[in-house]
Design a protein around this ligand. Structure first.
Ligand SMILES: Cc1cc2nc3c(=O)[nH]c(=O)nc-3n(C[C@H](O)[C@H](O)[C@H](O)COP(=O)(O)OP(=O)(O)OC[C@H]3O[C@@H](n4cnc5c(N)ncnc54)[C@H](O)[C@@H]3O)c2cc1C
Length: 406
């Protein structure tokens, strides 16, 4: 594998750091892996959000050596209930329940607070010899046999491949002239952590309310992370309320089943949108994570899709290097694009349909979706298929997502 120039990854959040670790493990120390991101200067992370990490992605984190460090902070989702009702309905009939295991002893997902995961990734990347640079990727020039990457601190790096892991507003995607296809939902996800009197017993709840899904996701201890979807203007009004005004609005949706609730951080609103990049690759450039696609958080799959990109790209690059091929050449990264783009489009269609079906007040649609949920609930093989699909274990699964080292 010697003779390869290195790989520069622009963006050192979940996708970028997980890829760096996977490449380091698969390629060995001869091929330099460099991650550049100005946010690396502000660790430890203060990200207040939490993310549902599905089973396949937990296997990836275990294989790259990070899971053990966050396992103590990760809350397994042991079961899940789905309800569908109007805001002021007296009861919330349960239409669908999932007991959450994909294999005996392996929950289909864990809730992990973003700051724990990102800090563990940074520590492991440093320990594994990934070069971390707290500066942005400014520009690049692709040549037939390599790519020259210029960082914001003025330094230049000659590499074989540049990876854009620089998030939804990816400057690297823009510089490559890759357009995106998508739209704005005119919805925001209000995110807040709450403490409650009673134990959640590892139960996740998704309440489909007319404004959109209201998700209660269990965290370690008597705490839950909420993702509460509202129309954008309504979300702005809600997060502008004082705590005394906010709590009654929250209780109306949350209910009283977990006893008294209190806010543990300040509610924040994240604008929701959808897009898929028209191409995941350009000359000596590959897009991963939110730089390649952003989806509605209705199914909690955004980052999980990004981690599938990580696993697929790491696998094609490591396989190519073992064959003595140039890891940035067109047919190598084209294999990555073929693997990931179709799956991404399919997940985009599924989440858009779910959001359309559930974020509206139509009685007809409500009847249709409730019949659908009831059918799934009473058909164990269909339910199992959904669980495996949600856990990332269907289709052509990259080795890292099966828990196999590269
Ligand atoms: C409300 C909400 C809830 C969600 N819940 C879930 C969930 O439960 N499960 C799930 O799977 N997903 C979830 N998601 C999606 C998930 O948060 C994102 O998919 C994920 O954070 C994307 O990670 P990333 O590493 O691709 O990009 P980002 O986290 O956006 O990171 C991009 C990084 O690139 C850096 N950067 C930017 N420009 C440059 C540059 N020029 N050079 C170098 N670095 C640069 C930035 O500083 C940043 O650190 C949710 C999203 C929202 C909004």
């Amino acid at each position: 594998m010697s003779g390869q120039a290195g790989i520069v990854i622009g963006g050192g959040a979940f996708a970028g750091l997980a890829l760096a670790l996977a490449l380091r493990q698969g390629l060995g120390p001869e091929v330099p892996v460099i991650v550049a991101d100005p946010a690396l200067a502000t660790r430890p992370s203060r990200d207040p959000r939490a993310t549902a990490i599905v089973a396949a992605c937990r296997r990836l984190f275990a294989t790259i050596g990070v899971w053990d460090e966050v396992a103590g902070e990760a809350q397994p989702i042991l079961d899940m209930v789905v309800t569908d009702s109007k805001l002021h309905d007296a009861t919330r009939p349960v239409f669908l329940t999932f007991a959450g295991h994909v294999e005996p002893g392996e929950p289909f997902a864990h809730m992990v607070e973003n700051r724990h995961l990102i800090d563990a990734l940074v520590r492991h990347a440093e320990a594994a010899g990934v070069e971390l640079k707290a500066t942005a990727v400014e520009s690049y020039d692709a040549r037939p046999d390599g790519i020259d990457v210029t960082l914001a601190d003025g330094s230049r790096i000659a590499a074989s491949l540049l990876v854009a892991a620089d998030g939804a507003r990816s400057r690297l995607r823009e510089r490559a002239g890759i357009p995106t296809h998508g739209w704005d939902y005119d919805q925001s996800g209000i995110v807040v952590t709450v403490g409650h009197e009673r134990d959640h017993d590892g139960r996740a709840e998704e309440h489909f309310l007319p404004a959109g899904p209201f998700a209660i996701l269990p965290l370690k201890g008597k705490r839950s992370s909420l993702v509460w979807t509202e129309k954008r203007s309504e979300a702005a009004r809600i997060i502008g309320l004082s705590e005394e005004e906010f709590l009654p609005e929250l209780e109306e949706r949350f209910g009283l089943h977990l006893g008294e609730i209190k806010l543990l951080d300040k509610p924040r609103a994240f604008p929701l949108s959808y897009f898929v990049a028209r191409s995941f690759v350009a000359d000596r450039l590959a897009l991963i994570g939110d730089a390649a696609h952003v989806i509605h958080p209705i199914a909690g799959q955004g980052l999980n899709m990004g981690l599938k990109d990580v696993a697929a790209l790491a696998e094609v690059v490591v396989d190519a290097a073992r064959l003595g091929m140039d890891i940035g050449q067109a047919d190598v990264i084209e294999r990555y694009q073929r693997w990931r783009r179709f799956d991404t489009m399919a997940m985009g269609v599924a989440t858009n349909s779910l959001n359309f079906l559930f974020s509206n007040k139509s009685t007809l649609l409500r009847t249709v979706r409730d019949i659908g949920l009831g059918v799934v609930d009473r058909t164990p093989p269909l339910k199992n298929l959904f669980i495996r699909q949600a856990a990332g274990l269907t289709g052509e699964v990259p080795r890292l997502l099966k828990g196999e080292a590269l």
